[in-house]
Design a protein around this ligand. Structure first.
Ligand SMILES: CC(C)(COP(=O)(O)OP(=O)(O)OC[C@H]1O[C@@H](n2cnc3c(N)ncnc32)[C@H](O)[C@@H]1OP(=O)(O)O)[C@@H](O)C(=O)NCCC(=O)NCCS
Length: 182
């Protein structure tokens, strides 16, 4: 008879990184973060938690925290088929610990508002955020396009026309314009 292993929770170790990445990617997350950057993200997290159903990863979460005053929760995710069983709550509790002096912050989508409210989070007027100035999605897409799909002949011709015909023509027109307007 197969022995059913219970749900358990623990800190992520480097041997888990590949599986955690696969877990997050399968749920549609971190698609544009390469393996090396992902390991860096986890190495630089102050707290991590993996929820395991036997040996299967069914939840993951991480936090950046100074252990005194402030903590930031990120990437709290429970597998689709395991939601609503208290796994998310348990992971967040493990990440936050019990120090009442620490203020915890989360950025999240509307869909999970109720979940956070149930864990004591409230919307405030004091939180501001600065978005990334470079969208990793775009940069990586560009690199992928560059590496995988060489430009077609049509694109090459277009580029040639742009730089050999259109741009110089614009330049000449601009020069003529400024000459007659001076
Ligand atoms: C949000 C998420 C982590 C919750 O995990 P979970 O294991 O399903 O949550 P729990 O079972 O621990 O739920 C705790 C409480 O929140 C409630 N809850 C959880 N998700 C909810 C939702 N989407 N809408 C309304 N209530 C929700 C539960 O009903 C439960 O309430 P109870 O204490 O009254 O019974 C999970 O739905 C998920 O992975 N969502 C996609 C990723 C995401 O949005 N993450 C959060 C932003 S980083």
């Amino acid at each position: 008879m197969a022995v059913r292993l219970a749900m358990h929770y623990r800190t992520a170790v480097s041997g888990d990184y590949k599986d955690i990445r696969a877990f997050l990617t399968a749920q549609g997350w971190i698609k544009h973060i390469d393996e090396q950057s992902f390991c860096q993200m986890l190495e630089n997290s102050d707290r991590t938690v993996v929820a395991l159903d036997g040996s299967r990863i069914v939840g993951f979460g991480r936090a950046l925290c100074d252990n005194v005053s402030i903590g930031y929760l990120s990437a709290i995710l429970v597998s689709d088929d395991k939601r609503g069983h208290g796994i998310g709550r348990k992971m967040v509790k493990i990440l936050m610990g019990s120090d009442p002096h620490i203020k915890w912050v989360i950025t999240c989508g509307k869909k999970s508002f109720t979940f956070w409210e149930k864990l004591g989070f409230r919307h405030t007027e004091h939180l501001m955020e600065r978005s990334r100035t470079i969208d990793r999605t775009r940069t990586i897409d560009k690199t992928i396009r560059k590496n995988i799909a060489p430009p077609t002949m049509k694109k090459r011709i277009k580029k040639f026309i742009k730089y050999v015909v259109v741009k110089p023509k614009d330049l000449v027109m601009r020069k003529l314009y400024s000459f007659f307007n001076e």
